[in-house]
Design a protein around this ligand. Sequence first.
Ligand SMILES: C[S@@+](CC[C@H](N)C(=O)[O-])C[C@H]1O[C@@H](n2cnc3c(N)ncnc32)[C@H](O)[C@@H]1O
Length: 269
Amino acid sequence: MAALHADRTGALAAGPVLVTDGAPAPRTGVAGRSGLTHVADSGDAHGTHFGRVPYQDPGRPERMRQFVVIGHEVSTDPADISLSDLPGAGRLDLLCRCVATGVFLSHGIREAVRVHLVVADEFTITSDSDTLRHLHPDERNVAARVRDALDATADAIGHMPADVSPGVELRRMGLEATLDRLLDGGGSGAAADPTLVHLHEDGDPLVDAAPPTDPVFVLSDHRDFTDREKSLLAERAERRVRVGPELLHADHTVSVVHNWLDTDGYESY
Ligand SMILES: C[S@@+](CC[C@H](N)C(=O)[O-])C[C@H]1O[C@@H](n2cnc3c(N)ncnc32)[C@H](O)[C@@H]1O
């Protein structure tokens, strides 16, 4: 994956979180060694040194990776979300790690990844790696976006999204409507040929089939899939797969899936 490695330069260390709203978007995600100046200098355009990192080789068809993560216990009331107690907010810490793992690399942000958090089967918050701005990978920063999104529920009318902030949208859609929207193409710029993949610890081994072109992976949070969710997925998913023999946290599962896709099914390093 030549293109993947091309931008993996520069050294950053995890440091204090610097929220730079109003400043050029911090493409590095975490604060660099030289602090705010370094972050602000990182720019937000494609092709900058710390810019978005395509995962496909030049010449291969454009592909999109999507992850749907089902949050069973997160309240839809933003007042219930304390940034000081994310685990107490329905394991929002875990869900935010799924978002961060989905869109961020160590020194950049991936191209063509969308993470959809389904909240209480009522709302879906989508983070689009191609248009995200001012987002850092730490959980509190991502959680602040989730809280902002839930603050905008009144603006989500019908299935029209509320624009929360660049790259973040909220739709008044539970799991079923979200899956159907994604399988239907999911709006402009979305996957042309989506394949729904149910990630489950009892599924078939991931490596038994080649990576799909436009995969949509569905995961649960710390809770098991409900019977209704299982039946929605059984009706729609082309595959039900496990990434390995152990039960993993959802965010770790996202990481394994990325690695599988980054390596073309463990074929290319
Ligand atoms: C911590 S698990 C969910 C809870 C678990 N079902 C239980 O029995 O408590 C989080 C999610 O990550 C995904 N996951 C975890 N381990 C996996 C594996 N080995 N293969 C595929 N998906 C996995 C599944 O979507 C799972 O629902």
